[in-house]
Design a protein around this ligand. Structure first.
Ligand code: FAD
Ligand code: UDP
Length: 383
C-alpha cells in the first residue's frame, strides 16, 4: 500500500506543476500516476535517431504574458528566446502569415502601406459587431476571400466541422495586423526551454525528492486499490473520469508523420529553405487547402539546435477513437452543453480537483495550465 497526501493523475504541465508545488512548498507527499511511458504529457520532446530534438505530439511554442509563470518555470530551465514565425502555402506559393502588411503586399502584387491595407480590409469586412462563431470571427476582420484562402479549408480539416459551428475563439486565436509584424504569436515572452521540455520536467520531479513517487506506464484506475490518498488532482479527460455516463465528449486527434534528412539530402532543398541544413523556409508551414495534412513543422528552426540533420513532421487531423489521443477539446456550443453536465458532477467532488486541458475541457495553452495548477495548489493549501 502506498500512502500519500495527494494522488496526481497525469504528468503533464498541470500534474507536474501541482506536484512540484505541493512537495517543495508545502511539504506534502504525492503519488503521480501517468499512463504514458514518459513525463510531460503533450509537451514531451526527445532526441530522435537522427540526433534531432523533436516535439513528440506536435509543436509546442511556449509563450506567456505572465511574469509569475515565467519566473516559476525559470527555476527549472534556462530559455532559448525565439520569435515564432510561420508561413502559409496556398495557391502554389508561400504567404506571410498570420495576415499582415506583407501578406497584403503579396496579395496585391506590389508595395503598400498600413493605411491602404486598412482601407482595403474595411472594404472586405463583413460588418458583424460580436462574432458568434469562427466564420464570423474571420470574415468580420478580413472578408470572404482571405477567409477562403487561409482559414476555411484548414479549419474544416482540423476540426471536421464548418467554422460556423465552432466558437469564435478558435479562429480568433490568429491575429490580423496591418503593420509588418509577422510573428505568429503576440505574447511578451516567447521562448523554448533551452535543454528541451523533458529536461525541464525531469528537474521539476528531481526537486520533489523523496516526497514524490512517480508511476509511469500506469493507468490510475489500476492503482486506486493500492494507494491511500487524501486528495486527488485529476488532469485526464473529465468524461473518462465519469465513465462517459452522459456520453463521450468530442475531441479531435492527430497523426504525426516524421521524416528526417541528412545534409546531403538537404542540399537540393536549399533553393526552397533558403539556408543549408533545413528542409523548408520556416519552422511551420500551414497547408490550408490542397493537402490532407494541416501543417509541416521543422522544429529545428525554433530550437536553434546545432545539428546537421533535420526532421519535418506532417500533421494529419484524425477522428478521436480507440488507439488515438484526445488532443483537442472541441470549442463549440454542443460540446459545451455536454461538458457542463460533467462539470456539475466535478463541482460536487470534495476530494478531487480537476485541472488542465482535458479535465476542464478547455483549449488552454501551456502557460494557462501552469497558472491554473499554481492557483489550485494555493486554494487547496489554504493560501
Ligand atoms: P496533458 O499534457 O494532456 O497531460 C495530461 C496527462 O494525463 C497525459 O500525459 C495523459 O497521458 C495523462 N492521463 C490521462 N488519463 C490518465 C489516466 N487514466 N491514468 C494516468 N494518466 C492519465 N500550448 C502552447 O502553449 N503552445 C503551443 O504551441 C501548443 N501547441 C500544441 C500543439 C498540439 C498538437 C497540442 C495537442 C497541444 C498544444 N498546446 C500548446 C497545448 C498544450 O499541449 C497543453 O496546454 C498542455 O500540454 C496541457 O497540459 P495538461 O497537463 O493539462 O495536459
Ligand atoms: N487556422 C486556420 N488557418 C491557419 C491557422 C489556423 O484556419 O493557417 C485556424 C484553425 O481553425 C486552427 C485555429 O485557427 O485550429 C487555431 O490555430 P493555431 O495555429 O493556434 O492552432 P493550434 O496550434 O492550437 O493547433
Amino acid at each position: 500500500m502506498l500512502k500519500a497526501d495527494y494522488l496526481i493523475v497525469g504528468a503533464g504541465f498541470a500534474g507536474l506543476t501541482a506536484a512540484e508545488r505541493l512537495c517543495t512548498q508545502y511539504g506534502r507527499s504525492c503519488v503521480v500516476v501517468e499512463q504514458r511511458n514518459h513525463l510531460g504529457g503533450n509537451a514531451y520532446d526527445f532526441h530522435n535517431d537522427h540526433g534531432v530534438l523533436v516535439h513528440a505530439y506536435g509543436p509546442h511554442y511556449f509563450r506567456t504574458n505572465s511574469p509569475r509563470i515565467r519566473e516559476y518555470l525559470s527555476r527549472f530551465t534556462d530559455w532559448h528566446e525565439v520569435e515564432y514565425r510561420i508561413l502559409s502555402f496556398a495557391d502554389g506559393r508561400y504567404w506571410s502569415f498570420p495576415i499582415n502588411l506583407k501578406t497584403f503586399e503579396q496579395w496585391i502584387g506590389r508595395d503598400s502601406t498600413s493605411g491602404e491595407m486598412q482601407a482595403w480590409l474595411e472594404s472586405q469586412r463583413v460588418a458583424i459587431g460580436h462574432p458568434r462563431n469562427s466564420e464570423e470571427a474571420v470574415v468580420s476582420k478580413v472578408g470572404w476571400e482571405m477567409y477562403e484562402t487561409f482559414f476555411k479549408g484548414y479549419t474544416i480539416k482540423q476540426w471536421k466541422r464548418d467554422p460556423k459551428n465552432l466558437d469564435a475563439s478558435v479562429c480568433a486565436r490568429i491575429p490580423v495586423r496591418t503593420n509588418r509584424d509577422d510573428r505568429y504569436l503576440t505574447e511578451a515572452f516567447q521562448a523554448l526551454p533551452r535543454d528541451g521540455y523533458t529536461r525541464m520536467f525531469e528537474r521539476m520531479v528531481d526537486a520533489c525528492g523523496a516526497r514524490l513517487t512517480l508511476l509511469l506506464n500506469t493507468d490510475y484506475r489500476d492503482v486506486l486499490p493500492r494507494v491511500d490518498w487524501n486528495h486527488m488532482v485529476y488532469t485526464g479527460a473529465i468524461d473518462e473520469f465519469y465513465d462517459r455516463r452522459f456520453g463521450a465528449l468530442p475531441y479531435r486527434s492527430l497523426r504525426f508523420e516524421h521524416e528526417s534528412f541528412t545534409p546531403e539530402q538537404l542540399r537540393e532543398r536549399e533553393s526552397i529553405s533558403g539556408k543549408p541544413g533545413f528542409w523548408q523556409p520556416a519552422m511551420q508551414v500551414n497547408y490550408p487547402n490542397d493537402e490532407a495534412f494541416t501543417r509541416i513543422v521543422e522544429i529545428k528552426h525554433a530550437t536553434g539546435q546545432d545539428c546537421p540533420n533535420t526532421t519535418i513532421v506532417r500533421e494529419y487531423p484524425e477522428d478521436y477513437g480507440p488507439g488515438t489521443e484526445p488532443y483537442y477539446p472541441v470549442p463549440a456550443p454542443d460540446s459545451a452543453v455536454l461538458y457542463k453536465l460533467y462539470k456539475q458532477l466535478a463541482e460536487r467532488e470534495n476530494r478531487v480537483s480537476f485541472i488542465g486541458r482535458l479535465a476542464t475541457y478547455r483549449y488552454y495553452n501551456m502557460d494557462q495550465v501552469v497558472g491554473m495548477a499554481l492557483a489550485e495548489v494555493e486554494k487547496l493549501e489554504g493560501k
